[in-house]
Ligand binder design. Sequence first.
Ligand code: ATP
Length: 530
Amino acid sequence: MAESKQPDRMEKVVSLCKRRGFVFPSSEIYGGINGFWDYGPLGAELKRNVKELWWSEMTRLRDDVAGLEATIIMHPQIWKASGHVDTFSDPMIDCKTCKGRFRADQTGEIPCPQRPSKMVTECAGEKTQPRPFNLMFKTHCGPVESEDNVCYLRPETAQAIFAQFKNVLETSRQKVPFGIAQVGKAFRNEVTPRNFTFRSREFEQMELEYFIKPDEAVEAISGSVAEATGEGHPGEPQPSWGWQLWHKYWVEERLRFYEGIGLPRTSLEEYWQKPEELAHYARATVDILFKFPFGTQELEGIAARSDFDLSQHERHAGKPMGVFDDDLRAAWTRLPKETQDALWKRYHDARHKYLIKSGVDAESAAATARNDADNLAKGKYIPHVIEPSAGVDRLILALITHAFSEVTETDDKGKSETRVILRFHPRVAPIKVAVLPLLKNKPELVAKARGVFELLRGQVNTYYDDSGSIGRRYARQDEAGTPFCVTVDFETLGEKPELLDTVTIRHRDDARQERLPITGLAAWLLERVR
Ligand code: ATP
């Protein structure tokens, strides 16, 4: 099989997604709606697998992360506190000729109004000066449309985690360091949605807020904050880790996750934001980028956000967000006076800087910062946070574009045919196994195959197909990304007694075939698809 790479890969991917039922334009019968996409039968399974793998790895397989599922519409004050009402905007320009609206920082190509998956060159007409455009979708809660009942569709899932921090802490029996994870819809009124599902107006996020002790508390308890040395994964978390090592840990954990679902490191890049690119509260942000056919672009951002978010909610809601830490309280009393003073001062200065930047008046900021530092000495602080924030839809697009390959095969008569194989990792593949009776018109084969299908379908997503030649059926499954096909043939029925109740397993990636007993099939598959 000769493998080829096509320059127009993206167009082929978009067309395959439609043809095979991965992704459809939303409301297509009405001409579509720009920036909105639906997942068809295969896409829905793929998406579900990705979210479940993330959820399982982030929560169920860890002792230190609890889950949350919050509402999409929340109290509007949340978005005031988070800064979204005031600053979540993109620079927008209008074209005086075509009346189109564009993002000033994204000129060049825009999605075609008729076919959103196709890019067209932007009008060259004269443009207005850029002005900020808030990306939050606004609506009204209740029967009256007034400024008093404005609310927003959440532009990220993270804020609900901060707002519910205390409830989760109290009910989950977790102690800092620990995390809260959430998967769910987010909405952004993007000025120019583009690149298929990459930049949509409705999308899903998988976010973790991992709460850690401030470095001053770590130093008080452990004597010093461990230095990040060397490349790669820093290993098992240690009490002496400060924010830098926790940040590095999460970057590496997330890269491992991507590798584990079939995106090798060579398909990814780490981008460490430069100091001038960082949000004002962020200490460091690493973007994990994927090499999409239209360029290397962000898949996930991992930000060290200090104690900004919880502090904001403490101030805006007037509810304490601090935690008591028995280890810190005990350790503090044992510290030499000069260490206590130095840690007190560092913590005080950081809190003071935050308060002043957030617009608190000088007198209140001085009093609050002193109080916060006194609280540290009593074992109380507002946790800091590391935030790995990934987009489900971008990941789905990355998985499909990475899996997409074309093979050209030539038959005995010299006739060539090019067909698609989606080489998904078995863990994410929408269908794990297809069960195929060799012939449709032999009732014994069909009955046996239905039996195998029933045996497997409760364990893994299984597809039954008896129409068309066996070669055609294999090709259909290759195009859907199904890693294994099980064929029930006459040998299964005992044509060769020693092969009674065995089936042929055919591997998608190299067309290799092997024979297995039906009794061992489910275990064999589970081992490979989990
Ligand atoms: P970008 O710079 O590409 O707009 P961002 O930095 O604003 O992304 P974040 O606010 O960090 O994105 O959101 C976290 C993740 O959510 C992103 O890494 C991405 O995977 C996903 N995401 C954000 N905006 C969109 C969108 N419009 N469509 C699809 N996914 C999105």
